[in-house]
Design a protein around this ligand. Sequence first.
Ligand code: WAQ
Ligand code: MG
Length: 259
Amino acid sequence: MGSSYLSIRMHASRSGVHLTGAEDLVPPSAIDDCARLLLQRALQHHPDSLKLSVDPVSTDEMVTGTLPDLHLAQVEDVATARQRAMAALIGAGVTQRAAATALQALSAGAAPGGRVMRGAMLIDAHTGERCEPDRTRGVRVSHFGWDAKARNDCRELLRHHGLDHFRTFEALAIAAKVLAADGILAELCWSDDPDYTTGYVASRHGGYLRLPYLKEAGDPLGGRAFFFSPGTDLQTLIAFLEQTPFLISAVGGACPEIS
Ligand code: WAQ
Ligand code: MG
């Protein structure tokens, strides 16, 4: 087995409530530094439980990919942002019905009882049917990371646009892995953090369309929707998203947009 990488994942919680999580794929020589950074990040949240796991990754099964191009939409309010999200999804081959299902579910809390899911919804891009096996957990994108150059290049690109925020950085990585999956047409996301109202639509041709004001400030709901083409094998799709090691080896471009 060619095992020259390690998958490292951190998860911190307090009283059983998730506080923070992060992960990376690194060569063994970088594991000490990476572990220290993840621990520091976890401890800032004063957890009472902290898990750090390290697993060997076979380079034979590792997939490499590029970040989607970054597009910055200038919108002033939630209604316009959601219209833009809807248009971007339709442009990616999602039906209006499926896009509307996702927007409504994320607005109302996509988990049972109107709560926030831990992972993403899987939505049939044609019918709008929700197909994730567990509506509380959803599908969790995991086992992704950065090579050192791509990490720095991405930081630089974001800094250049005044966007050097860990949420943007990590969302780009998740979108890259999602768009690399066979059968996926697009992703819609906004945070459940009440203070973070920017979200995005990602698609192969449209790139990562960053949309301010996808929700009102103070709103504690958010989540993700992954839209798949009808006929996609969902077991294969979920296995790829959750388990296949995915290394980001190049950044896309930035295409600032004024509208
Ligand atoms: N896989 C699938 N779904 C996830 C994952 C994951 N690894 N992590 C989070 N989610 C789902 C889950 O439902 C969360 O409640 C929801 O997404 C939001 O997660 O360019 O920070 O970590 O600045 O709060 C968008 C960035 C920020 C916009 C998104 O999401 C930008 C963000 P959060
Ligand atoms: Mg969150």
